[in-house]
Design a protein around this ligand. Structure first.
Ligand code: SF4
Length: 318
């Protein structure tokens, strides 16, 4: 890892242990949310408190059509908090411009990531087809910001993808802070090649083509195009097949230095991983062992080899 500072992650304040829910309670974070706290600087925000709704407060819910909902108080539908909750997304990004990801809160009409309940004017449930109004605004203001909710983080694949994107976005923001140039954009891509390949081969190729004439292009426009393509690629779920493809590529760099029988053992591990018999951490550990004995600066620089700290153990279950 080349990052120095801990990446900064936003989190719904109730999940961070603060008694800010409408009824003055907290919401217990699951073990996976708690597990991220050591590796990120967590910044807690409560949009409903930020909107001046106080605690305890009357609960709100989403009312309207599939394409247009308002956040109204449950009892009377006379008080509309939509605009204040929407505006709070701007406040969050101004208070923490270094945010590299955000953990939303399952089911909340403000902070829900997906499948939030929608009600009719008569107060009856119509469907569970919404996002919270704050969550929608956050995604609109920063489409690159990785978002998940505490419920979805129970899924090992979603969790791994979320953390991978969080570290990548942090890395990107550090690059931008150092200053953009064609050279450092190319260096950045060079480190992300195999990670991008593992997630989405067409994007990996598109990124390479995009940088072919980097020196002749407007650097800000190029950087914007580059990072949106990279983050969109990382949003694609890497599969056992696509990961194996990268592992086979990387093992090719050992041809000269590692004897045939050991390379055969490595290949057998990659095959076992591809067939779903062992987790990703096993062939990766073996690869790291070989590259520790036969160092290769290019492979050492690859984010694929360590997209986040090993102690997060995210490759043990995918
Ligand atoms: S608005 Fe969001 S952070 Fe605040 S209590 Fe509700 S779910 Fe939690």
């Amino acid at each position: 890892m080349t990052q120095q500072a801990k990446p900064v992650m936003g989190i719904g304040s109730c999940l961070a242990g603060n008694a800010v829910r409408y009824n003055g309670q907290t919401k217990s974070p699951n073990q996976y949310v708690r597990g991220l706290a050591d590796n990120f600087e967590m910044r807690a925000f409560c949009p409903e408190m930020g909107a001046g709704m106080g605690v305890p407060r009357p609960p709100i819910h989403l009312v309207g059509s599939e394409t247009q909902v308002r956040a109204l108080d449950v009892d009377t539908h006379n008080n509309d908090f939509t605009d204040k909750l929407t505006a709070y997304a701007n406040t969050v990004l101004s208070l923490a411009p270094e945010l590299c990801a955000y953990i939303l809160v399952k089911g909340s009409p403000s902070c829900g990531y997906e499948r939030v309940k929608r009600y009719g004017e008569n107060g009856h449930t119509i469907a569970s087809d919404q996002q919270g109004v704050f969550a929608v605004a956050l995604a609109r203001l920063d489409p690159l910001l990785p978002l998940e909710d505490d419920g979805r983080l129970n899924d090992p694949g979603l969790r791994e993808s979320f953390v991978t994107r969080a570290y990548a976005y942090h890395d990107w923001k550090q690059l931008v802070a150092r200053g953009l140039s064609a050279r450092n954009l190319i260096d950045f891509y060079s480190r992300y090649k195999y990670l991008a390949m593992a997630h989405h081969v067409p994007s990996y190729k598109a990124l390479g083509r995009m940088l072919a004439d980097a020196g002749k292009r407007d650097i800000s426009a190029l950087a914007e195009q580059f990072v949106s393509t990279l983050m969109a690629a990382l949003t694609q779920r890497a599969t056992r097949r696509s990961h194996s493809n990268v592992l086979y590529h990387l093992s090719g760099y050992l041809k000269r230095d590692v004897p045939g029988p050991e390379r055969q053992r490595l290949k057998a591990l990659i095959d076992q991983y591809r067939l779903g018999q062992i987790p990703l951490v096993v062939p990766i550990t073996m690869l790291k062992h070989h590259f520790a004995n036969s160092p290769n600066a290019y492979i050492d620089s690859q984010v694929f080899m360590a997209p986040y700290p090993d102690e997060l153990q995210l490759r043990n279950l995918v």
